[in-house]
Write a protein that binds this ligand. Sequence first.
Ligand SMILES: [Zn+2]
Ligand SMILES: [Zn+2]
Length: 625
Amino acid sequence: MTSETPCLTLPVRPHPFEGEATVGFLMRVARNNGYDTLRQLGKTFGNFDGLCQALGLTTEERQIQFGPYPSFWGPSVFSNGLMTADFNHSQLRWCPLCFQESAHLRGPWLLKISCVCNRHGNWLQERCPDCGSVQYLEKVNFDQCGCGTSLAEARAASPVADSVFRLSQAVEASIDGNPALPGFPSLSLPEWLKLISYLGQFTETCQPLKPGKIANMHQLDTASALMSQTGYLLDSWPKNFHALLVAIQCQTESGGKTKTRIRDTFGTLYHVLYTDLSAPCFQFLRDEFEHYLHERWSGVVNKRHRSFKPETLARHPRVTLKQAAKKAGVAPSTVRHFVRAEVIAGNQIELPSGRKLRSVDEQSLKQIAVLAKGCVTLGEAAKQLALPKGRVRELISEGILKPLVSRQLCNAATWSIPMQQVQGLFFAGTEASYLPPTISVGHILKHWHLRDGEFINLIRAILECQIQPVGNPTEPVPLGNIQLDEQQTQQWRVEIRYASGASISVDEAAHRLGLKQQVAYDLVKQGLLATTNDDLPGRRVPQASLEDFKATYVSLAEYAGSLKRAPRWLLQTLSVRPVTGPTIDGSRQYFFRRSDLHSELSSNGAGLIASSSLTESEQKPYDAM
Ligand SMILES: [Zn+2]
Ligand SMILES: [Zn+2]
């Protein structure tokens, strides 16, 4: 083989520069010795070792070179963890200013990620400043374009942003194994490449769908974009990184439903942080991400997030309702109801399964405990008020008692009624010079057969001081136990019933007609005052029947009074016979049908009838006589 031929020598034997690209050194060797292409050199020397021997390079001189061999010598092996894929193998990048100082290829320029000259602080070039053609690594005179223009021309070299320059310097420091620059994590070169290629894809407006695949990494534009964005994100750490997280979270949330899962919200970035960049050296990213969640994530961070640091889980301020209940020392349902009733601010997130997950801020725990402590159940409220539970329910449905958590509204298992509300239904007595016969609300409820709504009316009358409790003015008693003036309360009941159009008792009808009770009973017996049997005890007089009676009949006494005549005289004078009375049917009082009196008036013209209230009745005369 040619490589083993000892006679092979090279007339010009250059020495490599510190950090020179291996392939660049080989180009110089080829050019200096009259080869046109690297491949020709490769044909002459079967491998790198053979060439180094021919050049008489020391071990150190072989080691100061950087980057892969030309591909025709087979795959390169890197001791520093880099891979062949990290390098550009065909396209060339350079710094014109560096070329002006020395026309050799700097090793780092070959890295796909390199785009900055750390010596001059400008962007590397990949195109001829004159003709614009991309430069390839195929020519041995690598510092000159095919058009003849020197690539050392500095026309196009533009300075880079400070954040990119500093990042680039941090990356270069890692090449030499120098300690990390201040403000930057301590990463090896392969770790830097990984970080930049992944993190650099995330901007506040755009996130990659498949961050593992980067197209066109060999192009300067791609590398520059990744470096710029990574430089920005690491700059003023972690301010810009947080801004990125805010932007991503807002984008997700504005896109529709609030995502319950952190990984859904942060999408590929989450995957990158916890999978692609899962190595411990990238923990600083996760620390900041979790720190961000601590401040900004309104959902729950729980044990399901196994990849999170334990501290993050422990510190997160949002807890599930169950956790909140446990911490506040109340039943989970209580917390749930507080959240439903919006007494406590909760956050609800819907899982993809449709299940709803609620969480509360840890700071609400104290409030929950206080609220729960200050509330009683319906049963307890009933006990304290000395009322049956059904009556307490009535008070709630009428809005007199306002529960914090309503069973009706929240479908809760128990009511939560604030103690204050219950105490509002304790009443002190009013001072009285005499003590009337009293009756308790409890007794009324038990024995008075109150109708629908009457209990509430009674409580309203008490609350509005229409009826005032009797008793000790300094000792409030619960609603069920308060004592009321019996007579006043009864009168109140009669009035509200009458006002509501309800039927009245015969006694009450007598009272309203200004008759003795026995007279009213006689009228009922004679069928003149119609009664009904409703669901109330005794014969009942509907209000309509009372009105009918008044319109149809008039007592002798009233008629005589209206004419200012003596009743006895009138009875003897009138040709009209009463419909009922002592001489008619043995009842106690005479009553005339108004229509009879009316016809008497029209037939004899007697000015007997002064009342205009006499009305026609279509009824047939009760008595034909
Ligand atoms: Zn330079
Ligand atoms: Zn050119």
